[in-house]
Write a protein that binds this ligand. Sequence first.
Ligand code: NDP
Ligand code: 8X3
Length: 250
Amino acid sequence: MPKHILITGATSGFGLATARLFATEGWHVAGTGRRADRLDALHQELGDAFLPVPLDMRDRDAVMETLGNLPGEWNDVDVLLNNAGAALGLEPAQECSLDDWDAMVDTNIKGLLYATRAVLPGMVKRNRGHIVMLGSIAGNYPYAGGNVYCGSKAFVKQFSLSLRADLLGTDVHVTNIEPGLAESEFSIVRFHGDTEKAASVYEGTSPITPQDIAETVFWVTHRPAHININRVEIMPICQSPSGPMVRKGM
Ligand code: NDP
Ligand code: 8X3
């Protein structure tokens, strides 16, 4: 009997690479995304091992109804990968678009909460399962222009740890994966479709790849059942944490 992973945001980047890896390893993969054409293409590629679930994670009723009632065996979710998310804009807070802020809060925080709430009761009832979050180093280290994105990922980190506390006494696992610089469509989305600006982020670097993250998701979900990987922070070797900034001449 194949195991089941539900991946939010399977149309691109980390989610897409994870869908491919888990399907190759014999898992059944349900994947959400707003771009139904990409979900259909993945369905063509992976066949019956893939269930396309077109969904906007910001739509609370649709997420609760759809992810809480997946068809047949698909509803016994072994792993939920809370991956759908975005950074929008890199302006200082006083110049940011409120629409961008709303979209980040609604997707990175609220969408993740809805998916978790939809799937968690079944996991607790079955007394098995694993919720894997795509947090970020942005939840650990602030940077200029990161404002709400950093805040949303700090929320994901603390929510993951709090879930562990709520789930104590069950065999449901929770892990927050916290990548640094990684190349996907992330920066194209951040810069609202400006592909040149997005490419410049990765120029002269060897960033994390979506495959690296897929392998990390696979690793954390294949540890012995008696342990829980709470957090995994990953950077490319060309990146390091930096300390607080100093303004001189004041
Ligand atoms: P991509 O932009 O390549 O992929 C984002 C995915 O999220 C897409 O499948 C997209 O699907 C989905 N998504 C976004 N908004 C919604 C929504 N409202 N409803 C449903 N799906 C949505 O980025 P990454 O793969 O890089 O990002 C994946 C996660 O990893 C995000 O949470 C991101 O914050 C995090 N992350 C990324 C890093 C990076 O540097 N790339 C580093 C650290 C963390 P669609 O557009 O079809 O709806
Ligand atoms: C993505 C990594 O540093 O661009 O979460 O915020 S960063």
